[in-house]
Design a protein around this ligand. Structure first.
Ligand code: SAH
Length: 267
């Protein structure tokens, strides 16, 4: 209900901002401006640390992610927090890793705020879906190799009555598939693809800690990627790329440097 519960003095505003995938140089100018202007910054775990360096000295910094021994704030708690701070007349910047509308729930925050009459705007960010593969030397499309791509979550919302993501069917319909939040579910994802008749030799790459100094890339095929991921002890955050574009990696690697720049620069 638009305007419901709106209080007088609820005059602050909220920016829902993408902070990019990790490399601080992938922050946009607009993101930096929103950070500089903020009285309050509510931030996620997967943002570049350096992003907070642009905050005003007296800005209130609130961590919304998981921390040792304590729970992450729930989405409801985050929504309420953004609302309360805006109602104190504050300019609030909500910092998401990557892009806020790509598996980020930024849209839920914005809808919650707008329904209560709080001004809210989005600043898109560079998503790990695109930057992760790119820094590993993998384009999502390439002439003659891939003319379509899709992105999917590897972890479906719990308690859903029906399966929302059909990995096998997606892989048969598009040339490149990028899966986020998929490390813990890799075995199932691969099994579903094989059961659907996807070629076991389909190339797969896992990009861990993409665009950061600790970026790692594990390459294989549908047939052996589960084993290779286990051997390498792959940990989140990682994006998993399925498709023939992975084969371009050696050529882009030699052109571009190991990771498109991140590892070199931080080395
Ligand atoms: N909104 C984010 C995605 C949030 S979901 C975006 O647009 O990038 C969180 C998932 O994103 C992680 O589990 C991982 O799959 C992916 N991710 C985020 N940052 C990453 C990084 N630096 N390297 C690899 N994967 C990353």
């Amino acid at each position: 209900m638009p305007g419901e519960g709106r209080r007088d003095g609820c005059r602050g505003r909220v920016y829902i901002v993408g902070a990019g995938p990790g490399d601080p140089e992938l922050l946009t100018l607009k993101a930096v401006r929103a950070i500089r202007e903020a009285d309050v910054i509510v931030y996620d775990r997967l943002i570049p640390e350096e992003a907070l360096g642009y905050a005003k000295p007296d800005a209130e910094l609130i961590y919304a992610g998981k921390r040792p021994g304590r729970h992450a704030l729930t989405q409801d708690e985050i929504n309420r927090l953004l609302y309360e701070k805006a109602c104190e007349g504050k300019t609030v910047t909500r910092l998401h890793g990557g892009d806020p509308y790509v598996f980020g729930r930024g849209e839920e925050e914005c809808i919650y705020l707008r329904e209560r009459g709080v001004e809210c705007s989005v600043v898109p960010g560079i998503t790990s879906v695109i930057a992760g593969p790119a820094y590993a030397g993998i384009p999502l499309t390439s002439r003659g190799v891939a003319s379509s791509f899709a992105a999917a979550t590897g972890r479906e919302a719990p308690g859903k009555p029906r399966k929302a993501v059909h990995y096998g069917k997606i892989m048969k319909a598009v040339d490149t598939l990028v899966v986020v939040m998929g490390v813990g579910n890799l075995e199932n994802i691969v099994r579903e693809m094989l059961e659907e008749g996807v070629d076991p030799e389909l190339p797969v790459a896992i990009v861990e800690n993409a665009t950061t100094p600790s970026q790692r890339v594990i390459e294989g095929s549908l047939r052996d990627i589960v084993e290779k991921a286990r051997e390498a002890d792959v940990k989140p955050p990682a994006v998993i790329v399925f498709g023939n574009v992975v084969k371009l990696r050696p050529r882009l690697w030699s052109l571009n440097g190991a990771s498109g720049g991140a590892e070199k620069r931080h080395a």
